[in-house]
Design a protein. Structure first.
Length: 440
């Protein structure tokens, strides 16, 4: 726990820390929140901050906005780290804040990485937020719907911060070169094209962009007069290995698997392969992807192309046998096949409909005619009485009742006109017509 120390300048700070904006006018990006007349800007400028959560990917300005609030507010400002602070520290500060409230003073508590607090730690804040003892500002890279207690979340306004655009990052990079807090006291030769490459490499992350720029400049060619020149070779060496933004346990994991599923459903093989590559190259378990593709084969293709399930299972087996990177081509085959296959969700809809009835009719007895009768008593109770063995008939059909009485006549499977399912639809209609004509 620290108080008003996070934002103090220190010697030899990283470039990103030295250049941290001190005002909204220096802040770049998030115009939907802090542009002229926007709600967050008005709250900050009018010093009317209420409890809130900043949600967004790394390096988009969550901590910087907290810093600006610290500079603008007339409140005591306390910084918490969710990594190092426990319930004891929370309660100590909350008691101080409650005493300050009684004499009319406000306390703002900033919690970085609030998603790292467990339920008990988050609950420790709740009564003080409710009473107005503190104004809580949390920052998180994770979806607060999943990571923040609902009671606490309901008392906070959530502001969604977006990844910075390439143009925004170029502005920051140029400022770093000209600003005295950055390299403004030195002569640096770096082209606009090179700056754009650094900005694109950062993928929306200002901290990443500034850290990369610092690395590039510190490794530049230095002339006798101290002038620094950044060559393409130096730039290439500094950005040769790029980490894809992908958290296998976080929200982006679910966003991207959703993108893959919906791209296949929309018969877009190019998009589907792109999202597949995004997952695999970021280190996703290929067996996880294969399981999802197998689910898709029945949920979204089904009997429109029964071969889809065979392809999916074969891809899963290939992933299991040989692993990455070789199995990427097998998953690509499966993903493209699913994208191009005729689509039917009739199997999925059939089960969901039957599931609703099954839950509602859990105690519904099995008709006697289709019960097994392995004992004498069961036979005496008419178990299996009147059972008709379909194989003994010429049509391989009987008019025997298989559904419970309360669900008699209920239909769950409604085949479509897609792909091979049109054949199954015709067959099902023939079966139904035969049973109607042979009703007793």
């Amino acid at each position: 726990m620290e108080q008003k120390s996070l934002f103090e300048n220190e010697v030899n700070q990283p470039l990103a820390s030295r250049l941290r904006p001190q005002s909204l006018d220096e802040f770049v990006g998030q115009a939907h929140l802090i542009g002229e007349g926007k709600i967050l800007r008005r709250l900050i400028e009018d010093d009317k901050i209420s409890s809130m959560i900043f949600w967004g990917p790394p390096g988009v300005g969550k901590t910087t906005l907290a810093s600006i609030i610290a500079n603008k507010t007339n409140s005591a400002f306390i910084n918490f780290s969710a990594v190092t602070s426990g319930i004891k520290e929370i309660k100590t500060v909350m008691a101080q804040a409650e005493n300050a409230r009684k004499i009319g003073e406000k306390t703002i508590v900033f919690v970085d990485e609030i998603h790292r607090f467990n339920k008990a730690q988050q609950d420790a804040f709740l009564p003080f937020v409710e009473k107005g003892s503190i104004i809580l500002i949390g920052a998180t890279t994770e979806n607060p719907s999943f990571e923040v207690n609902s009671a606490l979340l309901s008392r906070c306004k959530v502001f969604v911060l977006q990844g910075l655009k390439t143009d925004d990052l170029v502005i920051l990079l140029k400022r770093a070169i000209s600003d005295k807090r950055g390299f403004g006291g030195q002569k640096v030769n770096i082209s606009d094209e090179q700056l754009e490459i650094v900005a694109k490499f950062a993928n929306g992350d200002a901290r990443n962009a500034l850290s990369t720029l610092e690395m590039v400049i510190l490794n530049g060619n230095v002339a006798k007069d101290g002038e620094i020149t950044v060559t393409d070779e130096t730039l290439e060496q500094c950005i040769s290995k790029k980490s894809l933004i992908y958290d296998k346990n976080g929200e982006e994991h679910y966003n991207i698997i959703s993108a893959l599923h919906k791209s296949m459903r929309n018969s877009d093989p190019d998009a589907a392969v792109y999202w597949l590559a995004r997952m695999l190259e970021a280190g996703e378990d290929p067996l996880y992807v294969a399981r999802r593709v197998t689910r898709f084969a029945s949920e979204d293709v089904g009997l429109a192309d029964p071969h889809a399930l065979e392809i999916a299972v074969a891809a899963y087996q290939a992933c299991h046998f040989i692993g990455m990177p070789e199995c990427s081509v097998h998953l690509t085959q499966a993903v493209i096949y699913m994208s191009l296959a005729p689509k039917s969700n009739a199997l999925y809809m059939a089960y969901e409909s039957a599931k609703r009835d099954a839950i509602k009719e859990l105690a519904e007895p099995v008709p006697l005619v289709i019960r097994n009768a392995p004992t004498k008593l069961m036979k005496e109770l008419d178990y299996g009485k009147g059972y008709q063995y379909a194989h003994d008939t010429q049509e391989k059909l009987t008019n025997m009742q298989c559904l419970p009485d309360s669900l008699l006549g209920k239909e769950y499977y409604h085949p479509t006109e897609q792909g091979l399912e049109v054949k199954y639809k015709a067959k099902l209609e023939n079966i139904k017509n035969w049973k109607k004509s042979h009703q007793v």
